[in-house]
Ligand binder design. Structure first.
Ligand SMILES: Nc1nc2c(ncn2[C@@H]2O[C@H](COP(=O)(O)OP(=O)(O)O)[C@@H](O)[C@H]2O)c(=O)[nH]1
Ligand SMILES: [Mg+2]
Length: 324
């Protein structure tokens, strides 16, 4: 438990761009979501916006390697980058060969980069809650770009489209045919496509994606570009970064960036409201002790009684919702 004074000290150091303070604040927010309002009230005067990029694709396609390469390009342009990596198989979280890990953590030593890796389980309020809060801390810190790396396609607990303004879908040679991609829903989600590991081929996939995109209509007026990269040599990464910047410019010019931002906050506000209500409900109707009693009861003389127990519990309740 951090005291208010500890938090004040951390905030002061954070405002002076102390990465250790940033790391500590992230840890507090991860473990004690209830502290978020106390922390964020210190940033109410900050109006900085970061641009949020989501990088998604199956495990092993090269997301971490690419994130690292993209970050290097951005650093060369004088930009700062905050990385959030939600991938249990990632070298960032220690799941791969030592060589990889050394190469990746390399960039995180740069003063303008901060990297946080999240295991995909065990967060109070879920992984998307933690990712949102960390992204907000990065914004307060003044990061120009935030990159969220995730295996998030179709993953219920982490919905990248609610957070990222540009979604980059990474594919690799040998992924499968176009029909499979369409079935997997992959063709609908990307703002940008990249075929990584071009040293192993991939022309055929690029052609198939291009054809599929040609057959689609895009109400937004943005037709997703397709790049090919070799994340190890860095080949093609410049094109990919350019595509991300072009998409950013498209969103800004067409003012659809506001829709993306609205969506991001709508998602967060709902989550905050539901977590408050959830807390009230569990505190006033069913606390852990009562749940344990029902479980004991159920184990004692029959599991079928749990339905009636819950039903009875709520039957007498008079829900009085005050109109405001
Ligand atoms: N041949 C080849 N291997 C790559 C390329 N990019 C990444 N890799 C390798 O693919 C493996 C998985 O990369 P990683 O970045 O961890 O993928 P992630 O799981 O999507 O984050 C690592 O061994 C990388 O060195 C590439 O362009 N070509
Ligand atoms: Mg990874």
């Amino acid at each position: 438990m951090k005291t208010t004074q500890d938090i004040d000290t951390l905030i002061n150091r954070f405002k002076k761009k102390d990465k250790v303070a940033l790391a500590k604040l992230i840890t507090i927010i991860e473990n004690e979501p209830d502290k978020a309002h106390e922390i964020f009230q210190h940033f109410e005067g900050i109006s900085h916006d970061s641009y949020i990029v989501g990088i998604t694709g199956s495990p092993g396609v090269g997301k971490s390697t690419l994130t690292s390469e993209i970050s290097k390009k951005l650093l060369e342009e004088g930009k700062s980058v905050g990385i959030i990596c939600v991938d249990p198989t990632s070298p960032f979280s220690g799941g791969a060969f030592l060589g990889d890990r050394v190469r990746m953590t390399d960039i995180s030593l740069h003063p303008n980069v901060f990297l946080r890796s999240l295991a995909s389980r065990g967060y109070k309020g879920g992984i998307s809650r933690a990712v949102f809060d960390i992204s907000l801390l990065y914004e307060a810190y003044g990061m120009d770009l935030i990159i969220i790396e995730t295996v998030g396609v179709g993953q219920a607990e982490f919905d990248i489209y609610n957070l990222a303004y540009s979604v980059v879908v990474i594919l690799v040679p040998g992924y499968g045919d176009a029909i499979q991609m369409q079935k997997a829903g992959i063709i609908e989600i990307g703002d940008i496509y990249d075929i990584n590991k071009k040293d192993l081929g991939g022309e055929d996939i690029a052609v198939q994606i291009e054809m599929m995109l040609d057959d689609s209509t895009f109400q937004s007026g943005w037709r997703p570009p397709v790049s090919m990269t070799n994340a190890i040599s860095g080949e093609g990464v410049e094109d990919l970064v350019q595509n991300i910047m072009d998409h950013k410019e498209h969103l800004e010019l067409s003012e659809s960036i506001d829709e993306k931002k609205k969506n991001r906050f709508r998602y967060k506000i709902k989550e905050l409201v539901y977590s408050k209500i959830d807390k009230i409900i569990s505190e006033s109707f069913l606390n852990e002790k009562e749940i344990n009693e029902i479980i004991k009861h159920a184990l004692g003389d029959g599991k079928f009684k749990i339905y009636r127990a819950i039903h009875n519990k709520f039957e007498d309740v008079n829900f009085e919702i005050k109109k405001r």
